[in-house]
Write a protein of this length. Structure first.
Length: 80
């Protein structure tokens, strides 16, 4: 139907990519450029920027850097 928007597919960034986004935001790079490089919307970049303290706290408590690159979510499963 004309005028109807198509739904977007969800794009997930690994914790390592989110930390890279934080570093680039801190260096003063524009949200539009970062969003284009990671193929996400500018609101996603803003959400990541606002969650910087939680991201850094979570990563500081992780064991190894290899587990950081393989994880996508900070929340752990509730059934473990």
């Amino acid at each position: 139907m004309p005028g109807m928007s198509t739904p977007k597919n969800g794009k997930f960034l690994s914790l390592e990519h989110k930390l890279e986004v934080c570093k680039r935001v801190d260096s003063g790079e524009s949200f539009r450029k970062i969003a284009g490089n990671f193929s996400v919307g500018m609101p996603t970049i803003s959400d990541i920027r606002h969650s910087r303290p939680q991201l850094r706290n979570f990563v500081s408590h992780m064991d190894t850097s290899s587990s950081r690159s393989s994880r996508k979510w900070m929340k752990k499963a509730s059934n473990i």
